[in-house]
Design a binder for this molecule. Structure first.
Ligand SMILES: [Zn+2]
Length: 143
């Protein structure tokens, strides 16, 4: 098992709501699994900004359903929620409430610096050729 920690950016089109969102993530990671020879994905960590209004429980449920029959089936979905943060382009003030005009100078020329994230933070995978303990008393015994 190993952990990948490069952020995989999703396009705006992929940043939709829970089910379509998890479907996009599963499609993306299934492609990666095929390309990189991952046997299975065991854990996915997402960074989701609070402005995305994603409901973690719904996400996890949708993920479980959508992952069936893919290399991500049975993987654990971890969701890291990031709080909102804004910044003024005029006076450089920053704030953490949901405000769209600057509390210092009143300018509407502001940007959201955190809260819109929707990134795959890391994935844990098992490689195709991962060394196996052939003598483990697993549940696939039989013959
Ligand atoms: Zn300002």
């Amino acid at each position: 098992m190993k952990t990948m920690s490069s952020y995989l950016k999703l396009t705006e089109k992929e940043k939709m709501h829970e089910l379509s969102l998890v479907s996009s993530i599963i499609d993306l990671l299934s492609d990666h699994a095929e390309t990189n020879g991952w046997k299975m994905v065991t854990r996915v960590t997402l960074r989701i900004g609070s402005m995305r209004q994603v409901i973690p429980d719904v996400m996890r449920f949708a993920f479980t359903v959508a992952a069936k029959g893919t290399p991500l089936e049975g993987a654990e979905l971890e969701i890291v929620e990031l709080p909102f943060a804004g910044k003024c382009r005029i006076c450089d003030s920053t704030w953490e409430e949901v405000l769209f005009s600057c509390p210092e100078c009143g300018s509407c020329d502001t940007e959201i610096t955190h809260g819109m994230e929707l990134d795959i933070d890391s994935v844990e995978v098992e490689d195709q050729d991962a060394p196996k303990d052939k003598h483990s008393p697993g549940c696939n015994g039989g013959r």
